[in-house]
Design a protein around this ligand. Structure first.
Ligand SMILES: Cc1cc2nc3c(=O)[nH]c(=O)nc-3n(C[C@H](O)[C@H](O)[C@H](O)COP(=O)(O)OP(=O)(O)OC[C@H]3O[C@@H](n4cnc5c(N)ncnc54)[C@H](O)[C@@H]3O)c2cc1C
Length: 431
């Protein structure tokens, strides 16, 4: 049965909601109507709901699993982020409510104690609390202020937090010890965690990746490179617009790159990348016969391309990669490219694109002081500039790729021209 991506998102939301409903049914309301008893009940509720949502957040990070269902992982990852930001605080309410219900000092949940077996079990929960607080703070509050790697490695602490959170329940939870429905719910959560932990560890250890060998590396501009890869064993076969994750070894970071060209059923792949940080610096030093691991393909960008409609491609710098093959090989007189770069001498494949596209290429330079060629746009690309370059903007389909800021601002500019949102597809090179 074919299901649209939007319908899949709705099904996923319904599944998430339904998965937390059972705990609302099995938790027993307090026998006495005292504030402390209600606080105890609310602590159990927030604890189990928080665990359920945290588990979903963990599951949604399993790229290899959700790739089988969703064409594009971006909505799955934004749900993952949303749950992390708003679901995790539920867990933080849990120790506060417990502290109040027990009539303890506010430091009770914060200071580890190991004097009795019960306290040792509570301390497992305290460890989970601290770790989750750290993960939440770095992801939801100060994500923009810390570098990518410290954030990423702190994020992996969720692998530790969830087991600690699970472990503290059996010997401390009064609802757990008294009601079999609560126990059943808890063990289902633990089982699902086990399955997704296996899926995610398989992914981390490279089970979903295949071997490729570098056959050629070309430097295109001062910091842009073209990497030619050939499959050693089995291959993955991306279609235009899709991307793959590239890693350098079994225990390595993996980074997404759009596939510029895939031939022989994916046995030959080409990616073009900008040297940016640690990983792309490493890639730029690879020589022929170096090995890389590749997984995917991922993404739904350019999936439903209407053959009969003229297209405008708008690329910000290295965001041209998903379009290069189509533009250089299709030679379709109706399609145009708006190519935005900072400087002329750092625009990947500009010579080839000029040759093939001629007047169908609009070059835009944000940092060059003056135009060197007729028709060049200097400065910001906005609705007025686009309207000055094409006669009937609403008659085109638009494909935008580049930074998040660029794609968001251009969607807005196109809508100002009356282009409907459904006629615009975007791919941002960061999540
Ligand atoms: C769907 C997609 C397709 C992309 N296609 C291309 C391409 O064709 N050519 C190209 O040059 N770049 C592409 N990128 C961007 C590329 O992935 C980053 O430039 C690269 O990962 C930077 O790594 P680094 O270590 O060199 O730099 P760093 O400075 O370490 O990372 C810079 C930024 O890259 C992003 N990033 C790094 N690793 C990941 C990751 N595992 N997942 C998501 N984002 C990450 C983060 O936003 C990070 O802040 C694409 C990104 C996405 C999301």
């Amino acid at each position: 049965m074919h299901m649209s991506e939007k319908a899949k998102r709705i099904v996923l939301l319904v599944l998430i909601t339904m998965s937390i409903l059972p705990i609302l049914l099995v938790l027993r309301l307090p026998a006495e109507a005292s504030v402390k008893q209600w606080a105890l009940f609310a602590s159990a509720l927030t604890g189990y709901l928080g665990l359920g949502l945290l588990l979903w957040e963990f599951m949604l990070g399993a790229k290899a699993f959700f790739r089988l269902w969703f064409q594009d992982l971006a909505p799955v990852l934004s749900m993952h982020k949303w749950l992390g930001k708003y679901g995790m605080p539920l867990i933080f309410l849990h120790p506060l409510l417990i502290t109040y219900a027990y009539g303890e000092s506010w430091l009770y949940s914060l200071v580890p104690q190991v004097s009795t077996e019960f306290e040792r079990q509570v301390t497992l929960g305290r460890i989970a609390f601290f770790v989750l607080l750290l993960v939440w703070f770095t992801s939801a509050i100060v994500r923009d202020k810390i570098a990518f790697r410290p954030w990423k490695y702190l994020h992996y602490l969720v692998y530790i937090a969830l087991p600690f959170a699970f472990l503290h329940v059996p010997k401390t939870g009064s609802q757990f010890s008294e009601h079999s429905g609560v126990r059943a719910y808890f063990f289902v959560l633990v089982g699902v965690f086990g399955v997704f932990l296996t899926i995610r560890l398989r992914g981390l250890l490279g089970a979903d990746r295949v071997d490729y060998q570098v056959t050629r590396q070309q430097q295109l501009t001062k910091d842009v490179y073209m990497l030619h890869l050939r499959a050693i064993g089995s291959a993955i076969s991306p279609r235009p617009g899709q991307y793959v994750y590239v890693s350098t070894g079994l225990v390595s970071e993996d980074h997404p790159f759009s596939v510029v060209k895939s031939s022989q059923g994916g046995r030959e792949l080409i990616i073009v990348y900008r040297r940016y940080g640690r990983f792309t610096r490493y890639l730029s030093q690879l020589r022929s016969s170096s090995r890389l691991l590749v997984s995917g393909p991922y993404g739904a960008f350019m999936r439903n391309v209407a053959a009969s409609r003229p297209r405008i491609y708008i690329a910000g710098g290295i965001g041209v990669t998903p379009f290069i093959d189509t533009l250089l090989t299709e030679k379709q007189a109706l399609h145009q490219l708006f190519y935005i770069n900072k400087y002329r001498d750092n625009s990947p494949l500009i010579t080839e694109l000029r040759q093939v596209l001629g007047k169908r290429l609009v070059e835009a330079y944000s940092q060059e002081p003056v135009a060197a060629r007729e028709g060049e746009v200097i400065g910001r690309l906005n609705a007025e500039v686009i309207a000055s370059k094409i006669q009937h903007p609403t008659e085109y389909d638009y494909y935008l790729c580049g930074s998040k800021d660029m794609t968001q601002s251009l969607v807005h500019e196109l809508q100002r021209l009356g282009v409907p949102r459904q006629a615009i597809q975007t791919e941002a090179f960061a999540w």
